[in-house]
Design a protein around this ligand. Structure first.
Ligand code: HEM
Length: 180
């Protein structure tokens, strides 16, 4: 996790802002319950999920609040990191920046390349549901129920740049065409 993210989480000003955001989410959910609109929170607020008895049940207030938090966290950290890393990549690769300036039709490819290059989710963990042999980033055997985490952008970046997956994978190429 970036150092400034840890500082931000630890600061009391940010904790107050988080509490205010939580309150805002709670009020917004209440509003969507009263007056549903064509949006994801309205769908969630009126959503039904499979219940323990085989029937359906409402999503609880706490689950909805956590969904709101998840959307805010998942939607902001990733986009913020991607934008920052994309700008940094273009600064470090001025020829790619010039190519984009000269031909704006390259933008969709450049966005895909920035997403690949920036690896903007800092931590992801997976638990093996069966014995599995890993060949990317970590080479070895995982037993069923072992967990493996990609922590920090370095490991993500390494896996996104693995030579077996892409041509010139460690190079930032704004107009890259190939997709995995
Ligand atoms: C550059 C933009 C984004 C990137 C690179 C990105 C990347 C990812 C990745 C890699 C995951 C999978 C995490 C995992 O399986 O452990 C994920 C999950 C998710 N993302 Fe995004 N995301 C982006 C933008 C957004 C936005 C804008 C939203 C919502 C406003 C969003 C909401 C979510 C949610 C709700 C999940 C599921 C989390 C879960 O299963 O617990 N993401 N995203």
């Amino acid at each position: 996790m970036p150092r400034w993210t840890i500082r931000a989480i630890a600061s009391s000003a940010v904790q107050s802002a988080q509490a205010a955001l939580f309150q805002y989410g709670t009020e917004l959910l209440a509003e969507k319950r009263r007056c549903p609109a064509e949006d994801i929170l309205s769908a969630a607020a009126h959503g039904r999920i499979p219940g323990a008895d085989g029937g359906e049940e409402n999503v609880t207030e706490l689950e909805l609040q956590m969904l709101f938090n998840l959307l805010i966290a998942a939607g902001s950290e990733t986009t913020r990191n991607s934008i920052a890393a994309g700008v940094a990549a273009l600064v470090q690769h001025p020829a790619q920046w010039r190519a984009l300036q000269d031909d704006h039709s390259l933008l969709p490819r450049a966005i895909e390349e920035i997403l690949r290059w920036s690896s903007s989710t800092p931590y992801n963990r997976r638990t093996a549901t069966r014995d599995v042999e890993m060949r990317l980033v970590f080479e070895g055997l995982l037993d069923r129920f072992d967990s493996i985490a990609l922590t920090g952008s370095i490991e993500w970046t390494r896996s996104n740049k693995h030579t077996g997956v892409r041509h010139m994978p460690v190079t930032f190429v704004a107009k890259r065409e190939a997709r995995p």
